[in-house]
Design a protein around this ligand. Structure first.
Ligand SMILES: Nc1ncnc2c1ncn2[C@@H]1O[C@H](COP(=O)(O)OP(=O)(O)O)[C@@H](O)[C@H]1O
Ligand SMILES: [Mg+2]
Length: 273
């Protein structure tokens, strides 16, 4: 059997910050013994109220946060990202197989969309060649095909900072395609977009999963997006997983428990079509 795409075993993450009033420092457990695994390419929505630990979990999977010492470990595509609070030495190599998409600022503003997407080759080709923009004709074709696939080929020569939010997110997805990412971790990728654009971007993530068999983990602010576009939902509350199952099984009672008074905000910011 192939290795799981992602395996998160009993990870905790404690943040410590200085606080004068508390007479020194206060600690906050952002993740508390979180475990889950993705064995086949799925679309997992990570939901939960603000501050529940969604971003911390994604950053722990990509090795941008080290987890607390102890038995916790993160494995991606059969390689250990981190264990016992220490990053593995080959974390860069593992990261080159993961695509990362944030809420915004995914692209380098002064570079063209084309160059931003071609940067997906970084790690596979020499840095000097990429710095000089010396792409082979095959690489150029790959970039243009990816841009075409996400629907922004016409803007290839435009500086990224002149693109709309939606166009930039499409560019970030194209870069993940060029990178050949086997897993995409997206942190609130549609939070800054209007609903129509947001749906288009979500459909591209669905397509990445179905067409290219990429495992997608996406944090979403709104429950409806999670239910509509993902097959599995992981809900976090106070750093603990309180639901892990099919989107259809997420009942209103569970949602009320997760979101409490914030429940109204957890639905579409628009009337149902
Ligand atoms: N770098 C950090 N330093 C201190 N506390 C942090 C840091 N990052 C996150 N936290 C805290 O950890 C908790 C979880 O944060 P986060 O993972 O960003 O939540 P979410 O993405 O679900 O909104 C919050 O209480 C947040 O304030
Ligand atoms: Mg977050």
């Amino acid at each position: 059997m192939p290795a799981p795409l992602v395996e998160v075993r009993s990870i905790s993450k404690t943040f410590t910050r200085k606080a004068k009033a508390a007479g020194g420092s206060v600690t906050h457990k952002a993740l508390d013994a979180v475990s889950f695994s993705m064995t086949t390419p799925e679309r997992i929505a990570l939901i939960g109220p603000s501050g529940s630990g969604k971003s911390t979990l994604l950053r722990s999977i990509s090795g941008l946060h080290t987890i607390d010492r102890g038995e916790g470990m993160v494995t991606v595509l059969g390689s250990t990202v981190q264990a016992n609070g220490r990053l593995s030495s080959d974390v860069r190599a593992i990261r080159s197989r993961m695509g990362m998409i944030a809420q915004q600022f995914n692209l380098v503003g002064r570079l063209t969309l084309f160059t931003n997407v071609a940067l997906g080759f970084l790690g596979k080709i020499s840095g000097l060649r990429s710095l000089m923009g010396l792409w082979t004709s095959q690489e150029k074709q790959t970039v243009m095909r990816a841009l075409n696939h996400v629907g922004v080929a016409a803007m290839a020569g435009q500086r990224a900072n002149t693109l709309s939010g939606g166009q930039q997110q499409r560019g970030a997805i194209a870069r993940a395609i060029v990178q050949g990412a086997e897993i995409v971790l997206a942190d609130e990728p549609v939070a800054s977009l209007d609903p129509v654009t947001a749906r288009k971007v979500m459909k591209l993530l669905v397509d990445l999963n179905e067409r290219d068999k990429v495992g997608v983990i996406v944090t979403l602010h709104q429950v409806d997006y999670a239910k509509t576009y993902c097959n599995r939902i992981l809900a976090l509350k106070d750093g603990k997983i309180v639901y892990d199952g099919p989107a259809a099984g997420l009942s209103d009672d569970i949602l009320k428990d997760i979101y409490g008074a914030e429940i109204e905000d957890a639905y579409w910011g628009e009337p149902h079509a």
